[in-house]
Structures are given as structure tokens and as C-alpha cells.
Design a protein. Sequence first.
Length: 338
Amino acid sequence: MCKNRAMGASRAPHRIAVLARPGVLVLELSVVHQLFPYALGADGEPLYEVRTCAEQPGPLPSSADFPISVPHGPEALQDADTVFVPAAAGDDAPETAGRLPRQLAEALAATAEHARIASICTGAFVLAAAGLLDGRSATTHWNSAARFRARFPQVRLIADVLYVDEGAVLTSAGEAAGIDLCMHMIREDHGVAVANAVARSAVVPAHREGGQAQFIRTAVPEPRGSATGRAREWAREHLDRRIDLAELASCASMSVRTFTRRFRDETGLSPAQWLAQQRVERAQQLLEETGLTVESIAWRTGFGTAAALRRQLRERLGTSPSAYRSTFGGPATSRPGS
């Protein structure tokens, strides 16, 4: 579900704390610093303030052949609006057994109640060990997926997505997916125009397939492949038509019963839930990027009528097509009658 967390231009910059740990992956640490500072308001003022912190300030070993100097201690987490936990070497090592060192657990526990928390790559192991992902959906690097599932059965792991947005808690897959997650958060906070400006400045995609989606279902390599991936790819290409379960199962060369079970295992959703989600996400993308009428978008996304599309957006996003387009669409998408 897309939730507009937009912050007024008159407010102070949104405070981001990046929690570095021993062995932190350098690229993941730098992603946050390289994207959010490019986000500027209409007055040219920064919309975010990014600070790096650790359990103790000072020199910290990294995954590279050089240490980093961390200026802030855990107190930076206490007044942060967003906390990032990038991956560190050994996050998924057997000896951690899903437990957090006391000092790290205490630092996370002191995070402001209103803050959203996001992980990059195996940083999801930290969030799960802290209990922040219990009963939620999440993702992590595909190579660590099996270890994550075994260690945290209370978390619904979705291994073939770039990131998962659960509102207050967000997780992303590998290092590059951290870029996708950051762009998603900027886009959701301040809309498509700001996100596009950041993308141009950093020379990265504003978003990959799926647009402003809670789950971005761009293929991420999995060791054993995805049994229902071909069916999902086919469905995305035919969202303008009625798609039934038997057709999807046939595309995957499975019985309906087997397909339904495997589909839920791989996506965490039933085929019907997933299809509805894909249709809404495509509608969001068209509202953001085109000037098509609501009637045309309803037809292209398989809802059939503008009334059905409006109903779905109201139920799932709590907004109307015109309000969504006004918030997230660029100037060229404005069109009356939305």
C-alpha cells in the first residue's frame, strides 16, 4: 500500500541516522549518503539530514581495507525520523543464531517510537533479531534467504523482490536494491518530481519495474529459480484482460492446487491477491507517468470501469485517482476528469 509520508516544505529536514556496525559494507553505507542529500525542496533547501552513527563513535572497521570514522553514537537514533541498518560482514553467520549483542539491541530499542526503520541486504537479519519483523513480510539478499527463513520462521520472507515496504519497517535485497529502496522512500515522501531530480543528479533509475509499489517484483536471482516466476511475468504482460487461476497454473505447467501452494510460498500472497496488487500498481504507474484518462487506465489495468478503479484505489490506498495523480504525478500528467 502506498502511504503518502510527504513532509511540508516549512518543516525542518527529515533526520536520517545510518547505523554502522563493525564490518559494514561500504557501498551500502554510502548509498544513503549519496541519494537523500540530493533531495531538495522548492526553495532549494535540503529535505533530509543524514548522520552516521555506531554503538560507539570513533574508528570502525569496514568490509574494505580501510576503517571509517563514525562521528555519532547511538544517541543519533533517538531523534531520527528514519533509521537505516546497512549490512555488515557476518550478519547471517551461524554463530549469531538470530541474537543481537546487548549494546546493539539497546541502541535499537532506544530508537524514537515514530521512526521508520529500513535495512539494506542482510541488515534484515538485525531487524528480525530485534523482533521488528515479527509477523511482517520482508526480503534480504537471495543468497541468504534460506538461512533467514530457517532462523526467523515468524517472518514472511519474499526472496524475489527488490524491497518490501511494510510502512514503519522496510527491507531491501542486495546492495543495488538499497538504491531502489532509497528512491522509493524519497518518491513516497515527496513525490515523483523530487525523486526524478534525485535520480538525474545521482544518475540512477528513478524506479525500476513496478513503479511506486509496495512490493517491486523485479526478478532477483535465486539459486533454485522461481517455479511460478514465468506465470507472474506473463500475467504482468496481460493485466488488461481477465486472468483466471487455471490459466496461470497452465503457464507454470502445474495443477491448480500445486500452483496455488507454490505461488503463496514464493510471494506470500494468493494468486488473486497478487493480481489485484499488480493491477493497482500498474494503475499507480500510469497515473504517475502518463496523462491517460481514468477510463483508459481502468481498461489497461483490467479493472474494466473507472468506477471499479476508483473503488480499488480507495480501498487499498485510501485515495482517489485525481488525488494520487496530484501528489505523485509530474506536470505532464495533469489532466481533468481524473
